[in-house]
Each structure stands twice: as structure tokens, then as C-alpha cells.
Design a protein around this ligand. Structure first.
Ligand code: GLC
Length: 455
């Protein structure tokens, strides 16, 4: 099959979150399995500055894109309000320019979600799209892609009727995400539990009404981990490579290395690590509230991330208060991220909502037990220890989004940490969890094939 992935980001050129990992890892899997896959992302200015070694950028030519009455060249950028409208139209114009006739166009989140509507309404006569089917993946339902109704015609050349009839209207505005939900041939989100959440009144962030109409074309598929980047057996950024056999020794060496990078002395207590965007979605406020219980019992917390200023400052303050037990690295560093994954005992993931989540999957690979909230992909990928399931358990879950929930789960984790035989057993379970992309890619290909057979 010929597959075009259209998204706002992809590794290694542009990344703000897990979406970039998903887009590139899936495309690699498709190629491995004999399909032709291309990725379309905007040419951000930052790509020029941060181009990774070995990545070649080739000028392919120039083609015109009409954005309403504006005629732009597809090598520049529009101003902020128009950027992704331009990107959607430029992507649709790009494929004929490349003579790439896709069987599947797979769009991701609000930035490219209008494309299925554009294909149906405006570009169905383009010969390269004669056999194209579309798939939309929702990675983050919080972002609806709101636009002023006036843009529908002005930017996209679409009829205002689409707004008046309600097809692309959401809370009085145009929502590109809603357009995708209505018009894509299939819709997915990044875990089965998050699919259920999106179909429920209270957790769907307003989308359940429209998603229920598409329930039969909607499924949840969990993400995997990029094993080229995250593999404790081969990782060059960690102190000692390890697998299930030398797990205890490997974790010890990585712990020492992590503590020395964080300029902390080893007090023998458990290390709770966190690598995350510091936003309300990730439950950082709960960590700020619950931290002192663990810290007062001799635990340690090591954080890497950046985001909302209030949360960054809260973590800085926590470090000032407990300088020997807390390290908050505000910013980003790949090296330090790997050290946190490998050297921590537990990985905090108390998200308010989490469509899939990648941190807990990586942590498991490194034998680090997630302590997370039972929501979305966390619920699907962490088996919580319940006192009886030591053959399977690979982490700790709590349900209620409050300080009590998180501190309860951290306390359970600390108890297991003291029983080394049990602790090592759970670490091994985590390390042996299969979080590879192979099976998820097969599920996506199944959906593509089903659509392809409809021709
Ligand atoms: C978004 C979601 C996260 C998911 C990622 C990739 O960032 O918040 O849960 O893992 O997309 O699908």
C-alpha cells in the first residue's frame, strides 16, 4: 500500500511530544513490512537550525497553493492564524506534485484533521486521490482546532453550508478536529481505554456526541516504544547496559550515575523519576501536593521537564525545601532523560488524562515501575500490584485524581521497594513487557487494508 502520514511533527526533525514518535515509528514499521510510506510535516524554521547529522534536505521544486484569495509558494510559511490551514492545503497539493497516489492518508490531531473534509468537498477530482481513504488519529482531544467560521470559505474554499449544517461546527466555531471525526473513513485513538473515555459523557472533553455517531468506525490502538532509541541493552547514554539477567547490577550502576548527575547523595531510599511536559494534563500539581509524604519517609524525587511556569516554580521550590532529596531539572536533555528512565526505581505518571502516554512504556523497558493514574493508555499498559499478582504486576495504579490517590500509590510502591525479592520480580515483569511497535502497526495496517478492499 501507499501511505501518506500528514502531521504537525515527526522525528527527528520536529518534536514537541509523543506525536512525533508515533508518526515516525509507524512509518518505519510500514516500510519494514513492505509498504511505501511518506511523512508530510511543515518545514519549520527550526528544522534548519537543528538538523540532525545524516539528514539531507533536498529542494524538490515549487508549487502554488491558493489560500483563499492569497496565492502562496509552498516553501514559506503563513502567519500564525493561517499556518495549519496553509499546511493542510499545501499537503493536498504536494502529493500530486510528487505524483504520489496514496491508498491511505493518515492525519493526526487538529492540525491536519480538516484534510478528509477537503478531499471530499474540493479535491475529489484530483486523479491521485481517486482511490484514497482517510484515517484520523486523535492523540490529544483537548485541542479542537478552533477557527472563526469565516475561515471556512476564506481559507479553505469550502462552502459555509458545512458550518450552518453543523458538519464542522463545534461550540459556535469551526473545529478542524470535528471535521476530521465526521469525514475521515476511520478514526482511531491511542489506547482502547481512551476510546471508551472519548465515548463517555464525562471524560470525552465534549466529543462523545459526535464520536458516538462514528462508534463503529472508531478504535483504540496503543502506541509502542522506539526500540532503537530506548533499549537498556544497547543504550549508550546509561552507565551500564542491562537486560533481565543482570538487571539488579545494571539498575544499581544506573542509580549511582543518576544520583551523581543530579548531585545527590544516596540515602538508600526509593527514587521516583519523572520525565514530562510540565502541564496540568500530566498531574504535576498532584506531585507537588503529595511529594512531602514520600520525602518525609526518606524517598527521593528527580524531575526532568519544562512547561507551565507555576508548575516549574513549584518544583524548584520543592527542591529548595528538600535539597538533598529532590532534583528538578527544568528544561530538556536527552542524556538526562535516559538516566532518569534507567536509574529510577519508580516512574511517576499521575496524569489527569492520558490518551496513551509514552513515559510509562519507556520506564517499563528499563525495569522502572510506573506509579500512575488509571486512565487512558496508562490503564492499558500498567498492571497494578494488588498483593497477589506478583507474576504479572509491573507497576502501581490509583484511580481518584487527588493527593490521597497518588500518595497511596507511592506508599504501596515504597512498601514493595523494601521487599527486595518482590521488588526485583516486579522490575523483571516490567522489563519483559512487550511494548514494541510491531503489533500496533499490524492493527493499523488491518484498518488500512479493510479500507483498501472497499475500492
Ligand atoms: C499526546 C497524548 C499522549 C500520547 C501522545 C502520542 O501527546 O497526550 O498521551 O502518548 O499524544 O500518541
Amino acid at each position: 500500500m501507499k501511505i501518506a502520514m500528514i502531521a504537525s511533527e515527526a522525528n527527528p526533525l520536529a518534536k514537541s511530544g509523543g506525536l512525533a514518535d508515533v508518526v515516525s515509528a509507524l512509518s518505519e514499521e510500514y516500510k519494514k513490512q513492505g509498504h511505501e510510506a511518506i511523512i508530510v510535516i511543515p518545514y519549520y524554521k527550526s528544522i534548519d537550525n537543528k538538523r540532525p547529522a545524516g539528514v539531507e534536505i533536498k529542494w524538490l521544486g515549487r508549487y502554488g497553493v491558493d489560500l483563499g484569495w492569497r496565492h502562496l509558494e509552498a516553501y514559506g510559511y503563513g502567519d500564525d492564524g493561517e499556518r495549519f490551514a496553509f499546511f493542510a492545503l499545501a499537503s493536498i497539493r504536494l502529493l500530486p506534485f510528487l505524483e504520489f497516489a496514496p491508498d491511505i492518508i493518515h492525519v493526526h490531531d487538529w492540525q491536519s484533521a480538516i484534510i478528509p473534509t477537503l478531499l471530499k468537498e474540493r479535491f475529489h477530482a484530483e486523479s491521485v486521490y481517486a482511490h484514497t481513504h482517510t484515517v484520523l488519529t486523535i492523540h490529544n482531544p483537548a485541542f479542537k482546532g478552533y477557527l472563526d467560521p469565516y475561515f471556512l470559505n476564506d481559507f479553505f474554499g469550502l462552502s459555509d453550508d458545512l458550518f450552518h449544517s453543523g458538519r464542522v461546527r463545534f461550540e459556535g466555531q469551526v473545529s478542524t478536529l470535528k471535521a476530521g471525526i465526521v469525514d475521515a473513513d476511520k478514526i482511531t485513538t491511542v489506547s482502547p481505554t481512551h476510546r471508551e473515555e472519548l465515548l463517555s459523557e464525562s471524560l470525552s472533553q465534549g466529543l462523545c456526541g459526535i464520536l458516538r455517531l462514528r462508534e463503529n468506525d472508531f478504535c483504540g490502538i496503543v502506541n509502542g516504544v522506539d526500540e532503537l532509541e530506548f533499549d537498556p541493552k544497547k543504550d549508550t547514554r546509561i552507565a551500564l547496559n542491562f537486560d533481565a539477567k543482570n538487571l539488579v547490577k545494571g539498575k544499581e550502576a544506573c542509580r549511582k550515575d543518576l544520583l551523581s548527575s543530579a548531585e545527590m547523595k544516596d540515602n538508600g531510599g526509593p527514587i521516583f523519576g519523572l520525565v514530562s511536559r510540565l502541564t496540568y494534563q500530566k498531574g504535576i500539581d498532584l506531585i507537588l501536593k503529595a511529594a512531602h509524604y514520600t520525602l518525609d519517609r526518606g524517598g527521593n524525587i528527580i524531575v526532568l521537564g519544562s512547561g507551565e511556569e507555576g508548575l516549574e516554580n513549584g518544583l524548584r521550590y520543592l527542591q529548595q525545601f528538600y535539597p538533598k532529596q529532590v532534583h528538578a531539572h527544568i528544561g530538556y536533555s536527552d542524556d538526562f532523560a535516559h538516566k532518569v528512565y534507567a536509574g529510577s526505581d519508580f516512574f511517576l505518571m499521575p496524569s489527569l488524562f492520558e490518551p496513551c502516554g509514552i513515559g510509562q512504556l519507556i520506564a517499563e523497558k528499563y525495569g522502572t515501575l510506573p506509579v500512575g493514574r488509571q486512565t487512558g493508555g496508562i490503564a492499558d499498559t500498567v498492571i497494578s500490584y494488588n498483593g497477589k499478582n506478583e507474576d504479572k504486576a509491573n507497576g502501581f495504579l490509583f484511580r481518584d485524581y487527588d493527593e490521597g490517590g497518588l500518595s497511596y500509590a507511592m506508599f504501596e510502591a515504597e512498601k514493595v521497594y523494601k521487599n527486595k525479592t518482590l521488588f526485583h520480580k516486579l522490575q523483571r515483569n516490567a522489563l519483559n513487557t512487550d511494548n514494541s511497535w510491531g503489533s500496533s502497526a499490524k492493527l493499523y495496517l488491518g484498518i488500512y487494508e479493510e479500507l483498501n478492499n472497499r475500492k
